[in-house]
Structure formats: C-alpha cells, structure tokens
Write a protein that binds this ligand. Structure first.
Ligand code: GLV
Ligand code: MN
Length: 224
C-alpha cells in the first residue's frame, strides 16, 4: 500500500476511535433526534415506524402545538386514590419526534401513585399543590426519599422504580415531564398481579416467599 492510502486509513481509524471514545458515551439520549421542524403525528396511519408518520405540512394547524388536557383534576376514586392524566404523543400528536412529554398526577389525601418505572424516559417534575413523599430505589437497591411541597422539583433517572404518596391533609397534584414522547409505564402491582394472561401463582409465591393463597388473595384485589 502506498503512503497516501495508509495515511487516509489511519485518519479514518482515529476518527472512528474518537467518535466511539468521546462522543458516544456523552449521549444520554432517550428518543431519537427529530429530522425536521414539525412532524405532527398521524395517529391513524396504517404504516408503523419508530414513532408516528407526520401528517402533511399543509394540514398542520396552530391547535397542533397546544394541549389543554392537563387543566382538569383527575378522578382519584380508585383503590390507589391517584390518577395520571397523560400528555404524551397519543394525547398530544404535536409531540411526535420531539422526545418530550408531560402528564398530571392527582393524589387524594393518602393517595398513592404506586411503585412504577418508565422504560423509555427519565422523569422530572414539579409539585404544584400539597405535600408528597417521593421515593426512588436505585439498581444498587438503595432507597432515596423526600417529602416535597409546592414549587419543589424532582428527578427520577430512567428505568428506576419510584412512587409518590400524598402525606398532606388535602389533595395534592404535580406535573411530571419526560424525555420521551411515549415514556411507557410499568406499574409493579399491576404488572405482577394483573397481567393477561396471569403470571402463574406458584411463580409469584416463590418470588415473594409466601403461600399461593396469599398470591390469589392479592390477585383478587385487582380483579384477576
Ligand atoms: C409519576 O411518577 C408519573 O410517572 O406520572
Ligand atoms: Mn413516574
């Protein structure tokens, strides 16, 4: 091989090495970056891509950039005393390809947003009203928690199990935000005890080191 070819190959090698060593570890990305200014989701498209296809630009309206769904208090009359109103791409198609979304969580007095995780997003947010105990468990099994009041902000790294409990006298609500247009949610009690079809009782009995009757008792609380 002649010298210029060797020099080009060496430059290519070092450029790739630089990209791998310095740039890739710097990416703490969630959703991929957008490739255009606007890509309002066409939720009804028959093709499926990583996200949603864009509706044609001439059909984009001002209304596609606004969402009023988080104004209203959610109905917390359920076993947990909590309600999540989501503002993700399925509710607000203007978020498509932008890698962000929000929701609203209402908690009745004593209400619990049960232990859950988001497979595709980190979460941050601000308490708007009330007093909320927020707990996070790391993969090293360390529990971090704090009682938060209106105006306080929090962050939950992607994938970690967390919960929010209303520890105040009145109602509470907060506004979480995510670095994904569709963060996904794994609610542990529902995932484990109310999947379709159900996880076999003997699996859960062994996992929790209890009698199978205890497992069927828990499942019955979730209508399984
Ligand atoms: C709160 O943690 C939420 O995911 O809505
Ligand atoms: Mn969450």
């Amino acid at each position: 091989m002649n010298k210029p070819v060797l020099r080009t190959m060496a430059m290519a090698f070092f450029t790739i090495l630089f990209l791998i060593v310095f740039l890739l570890p710097a990416c703490r990305c969630a959703d991929p970056d957008p490739l255009q200014d606007i890509c309002v989701a066409n939720l009804k498209a028959s093709i499926s891509v990583n996200g949603f296809p864009c509706k044609p630009l001439p059909e984009v309206k001002s209304g596609d950039f606004f969402f009023h769904g988080l104004r209203k208090e959610g109905n917390t009359t359920n076993v947990f005393g909590s309600n999540i109103t989501s503002g993700n791409v399925l509710d607000f198609p203007g978020l498509n390809t932008l890698g962000i979304s929000m929701s609203r969580v209402d908690l009745a007095p004593g209400g619990l947003n049960p232990p859950h995780s988001h497979p595709r997003a980190s979460e941050t947010g601000v308490i708007v009203k009330g007093k909320v105990l927020l707990g996070i468990v790391t993969t090293a099994n360390v529990f971090h928690s704090k009682v938060l009041k209106a105006g306080d902000m929090f962050v939950i790294p992607r994938g970690l199990v967390h919960f929010q409990l209303n520890v105040g006298k009145g109602k509470a609500f907060f506004l979480p935000a995510f670095n994904s247009q569709l963060p996904g949610i794994v609610v542990l009690p529902i995932t484990l005890f109310a999947s379709t079809p159900p996880i076999p009782d003997d699996v859960l009995a062994k996992a929790f080191q209890v009698d199978e009757k205890v497992i069927s008792g828990i499942k019955s609380k979730f209508g399984s």
